[in-house]
Design a protein around this ligand. Sequence first.
Ligand code: SF4
Ligand code: SF4
Length: 175
Amino acid sequence: MSVLDIAKGMGVTLGHLFKKPMTVQYPEQKAPVQARFRGRHHLLRHPDTGLEKCIGCSLCAAACPAYAIYVEAAENDPANPTSAGERYASIYEINMLRCIFCGLCEEACPTGAVVLGHEFELADFRYQDFVYGKEDMLVGVKGAKWQRREAAAKGKDVELGFTAPPRPELEGVDY
Ligand code: SF4
Ligand code: SF4
C-alpha cells in the first residue's frame, strides 16, 4: 500500500467526520417512524358507539402465518353488547414473540378491528409479558407492558421513543 493510498483513505475518513450523522442517539433523541410502519397491534372500537369492532370471527388467526393469534368468541348480551356483531372476542391474544409484523391479520379482518400501529419498543423480561391480551391492545392503551409498569411505579405517563405520523384509520388511538 502506497502513501497515496493511505492519504486517499484518510481523506475519505476525514470527509465523513464533517457530514451530518445518519444515526440518532436513541432513546434520548427520537426518530419518527414512517406512516406505513407496522408495529404493535391495536384493537379498535366504533367511534360513535364505543363498541368493540372485533366480532370474534378468528379470520385474523386463520390468516396469521406465525400462529400468533388466539381468539375465543362468546355471544353478546343483547341488553349490554360488547361488540357490534352477534359475538365478540371473549379472549383475544397475540404472542408478540411469534409475530413477524406482516400485517396479514389487519388485511384479513372484515371489520377493521385489528390494526398494526407504530409502537416498536416491545422488549420485556418474562415470556408471559409478550402475550398481549385485550387489556393490552384495546384502543387507548399506550406502550409495552414494561413501559406501563415503569410509568405506573413513577406515577407518570408512558413515554414512547418515537414520533408517530398521523394514520387516519387509527384516529383516536393515543400514541
Ligand atoms: S402481523 Fe402477521 S404474524 Fe403478526 S399477528 Fe398479524 S398476521 Fe400474525
Ligand atoms: S380482529 Fe377481526 S378478524 Fe380477528 S377475530 Fe376480531 S373481527 Fe375477526
